[in-house]
Write a protein that binds this ligand. Sequence first.
Ligand code: G3P
Length: 217
Amino acid sequence: MKFFIDTAEIAEIEKWAPTGFLDGVTTNPSLIKKSGRDMIEVITQICEITDTPVSAEVAALDYEGMLKEAEVLKKIAPNVCIKLPTTMAGLHACSTLTKQGVNTNLTLCFSANQALLVAKAGATYVSPFIGRLDDINLDGMQLIEDIRTIYDNYGFETQILAASIRTPNHVSDAALAGADVATIPASTLEKLVHHPLTDKGLEGFVKDWASTGQSIL
Ligand code: G3P
């Protein structure tokens, strides 16, 4: 499973890039707003840090506008992945960009039928929003399972990018459901490694090792 970081904060990307766990970056207009920075500058800076896929989202809602914005975004760096909403215009733009060999990420996917259309449009990634479905008492993880089944039934190559991840359980459950990628906020990435028994066990090993008076070096 690939791990993308869901952020427009440079410091978070700089922290995770050297760890070997960072397979990509996703941004969206809300994350750009939160950063308080100019979008083109931020995406350019992210692409200077990593050559992994960096999703940059169009703001236009119409087909022509999306393609014009995609032209600007894809010129930033070869690893920019054009993020489009799962609307008719977004799907149409996706089909066109796919024919041009441009990588795409179809966002705000909330149903299996939307995901089916996304695959038929030839998208590189589909982004089902798990947390936002859970927010309204629906089952976000069931959607990941359904998309996995449908894509496997037909051999679609679009990668399932589990998004709107809020908890460590979302990450492991998405992995169990067969998501290809999880895009994870930095705060949740931090939580993945922690286990109280690891901390307790290490404390005991450190104490016992010190009492042996030995040194490996
Ligand atoms: O990847 C999409 C993500 O940023 C949305 O997350 O928590 O705003 O639903 P959230």
